[in-house]
Design a protein around this ligand. Structure first.
Ligand code: HEM
Length: 471
């Protein structure tokens, strides 16, 4: 991040930041392979608020929990997630249509959120534990069959497969693993494309037949046809009078607006299913992948985790009654989400002029809330880069500052799937760690990239060392 510092004095009321290059400003610094460095350096050089220019756009990077509170909660009428007043779909909206994550209209988003909230209630998610565990068991059997201790496996791919399988089963009650490869790969193309397209004001429209645009359309077509096929199959079985399965798809098809009693149209169900697919598997897979990286580097945490798993599970697969006792396992997962938040930054747009930390935020400028920086802020975290799951013990957790820990965001758009992820992540972690130790392959070092989510660019490579036989 090079460039002359502008606006360093507070008199001009603009936050400090780099000038960047001629015309494009700091565009390069926001590329997927540089965003994390850019965020770290911006905090080190300019503090809690830094101002960038990306072409004609002004972007403010914020790194303090109080500022996150202002933007996400207190001033939610000033900072919008939603691109109101534009007809043009951008970024993930191109992929997920009007689903909850990308809906562009505040009123219809609100009605939909109210309708879907009960589906993701902790009580409903608790009914999905058996499906999650069954998927974990299937994965472990596959590993046992396929991999010996010398084999090198891409654990990120395995985690993607497992979490996609879980979404499939909990959504469709179906085992559609055969499609997993196709949907997973297509989803990666789509999110990379969406990130590049949303972050770059100079990106070409999707109808221009560039190689990237063609790849994008192909990937979107794969996802739409797979998902639509599954919805149609379900509607057919419901119409023929079959018993409802009570899975996520049934819940979505049955969801009604509490005020109007209205249900969703087919197109709306398609967009929500895609949204849950997209939002609900890669994030958790990334978190689990970072878990294996951190555990491989921290034998003391690994030992403590194994001791808990042996004591609570004694070699058996977990059941819902074990979950409250897997306390340290949950703390490990919480701490991974702090150091490697799968969504490292949130974006909002100022719809009217605002002030943050005494700096002017002009209308239409973007605010990037750096979850990554907030989670490593030295004022709120002692030795912030240290991996220390005990930070999340009940006593220490109670002392955390509001919004210093926001892996699921905060305010009205807070992740609707957080209960799902916090059930699924620790369950898979427990099942794998009680059976195997994962040893990093040193000749394949990990490289980070951010394409909306933070993921290992070329995967994470490990060898599986079996621990004990489970029943
Ligand atoms: C570790 C896993 C996960 C992480 C770290 C995560 C993170 C987030 C974050 C930070 C947001 C807020 C975005 C914003 O404010 O701009 C969000 C929203 C959302 N997440 Fe998650 N998520 C995870 C898992 C899931 C799962 C499992 C599902 C569904 C089953 C899901 C569905 C959604 C949806 C639908 C939204 C949009 C909510 C709205 O705008 O009303 N997420 N997620």
């Amino acid at each position: 991040m090079v460039g002359t510092v502008i606006g360093t004095s507070r008199e001009d009321n603009y936050a400090p930041g780099p000038r960047g290059s001629f015309l494009v400003g700091s565009l390069r610094d926001f590329r997927s392979d540089r965003l994390l460095d850019t965020m770290e350096q911006a905090y080190a050089e300019y503090g809690d608020v830094a101002r960038f220019h990306i072409g004609p756009r002004m972007v403010h990077l914020i790194s303090h929990p109080d500022l996150a509170q202002e933007v996400l909660i207190k001033e939610k009428g000033t900072f919008f997630k939603i691109q109101e007043g534009t007809d043009k779909k951008i970024g993930l909206g191109l992929v997920l249509g009007e689903g909850l994550l990308t809906n562009r209209d505040q009123n219809s988003w609100f009605a939909r959120r109210r309708m879907l909230q009960p589906v993701f209630h902790r009580r409903c998610i608790a009914t999905m534990v058996d499906e999650m565990v069954a998927t974990g068991q299937k994965m472990l059997s596959r590993w046992q069959e396929l991999y010996g201790p010398k084999d090198v496996i891409n654990i990120h791919e395995e985690m993607m497969r497992a979490t996609l399988d879980i979404i499939n089963r909990t959504m469709f009650g179906a085992d559609v693993t055969g499609e997993a490869g196709k949907v997973g790969a297509a989803m990666t193309v789509l999110t990379r494309y969406a990130f590049a397209q949303a972050g770059n004001p100079f990106s070409l429209p999707t109808w221009i037949p560039t190689q990237r645009n063609k790849e994008f359309h192909r990937a979107r077509q794969i996802i739409d046809s797979v998902v639509l096929g599954l919805i149609r199959a379900r509607q057919a079985t419901r119409d023929s009078g079959d018993q409802p399965r009570g899975d996520l798809l049934d819940m979505l098809l049955d969801a009604e607006d509490a005020e109007t009693g209205k249900r969703m149209t087919d197109q709306e169900v398609l967009d929500e299913v895609k949204t849950v697919f997209a939002a609900g598997h890669e994030t958790t897979a990334n978190a689990l992948t970072w878990t294996w990286l951190l555990l491989s580097e921290h034998p003391e945490v690994r030992e403590k985790l194994k001791a808990e798993l042996d004591m609570v599970l004694g070699g058996h697969s977990p059941t819902s009654t074990d979950i409250p006792n897997l306390r340290y396992t949950k703390q490990v997962f919480d701490e991974v989400l702090r150091l490697y938040p799968p969504v490292p930054a949130l974006v909002r747009r100022a719809v009217r002029p605002a002030m943050l930390h005494g700096y002017e935020i002009p209308v239409a400028s973007r605010v990037l809330i750096s979850i990554y920086n907030i989670h490593r802020h030295p004022r709120f975290w002692e030795e912030p880069t240290r991996f220390e799951p005990e930070r999340f013990s009940p006593e220490r957790k109670a002392a955390h500052q509001d919004l210093a820990y926001i892996p699921f965001g905060a305010g009205q758009h807070k992740c609707i799937g957080n209960n799902f992820a916090l059930m699924e992540g620790p369950l898979l972690l427990a099942m794998i760690a009680q059976r195997y130790e994962l040893e990093l392959v040193p000749e394949r070092p990990v490289e980070l990239e951010v394409a909306i989510t933070m993921r290992p660019k070329e995967g994470l490579y490990v060898r599986l060392r079996p621990r004990l036989e489970t029943v």
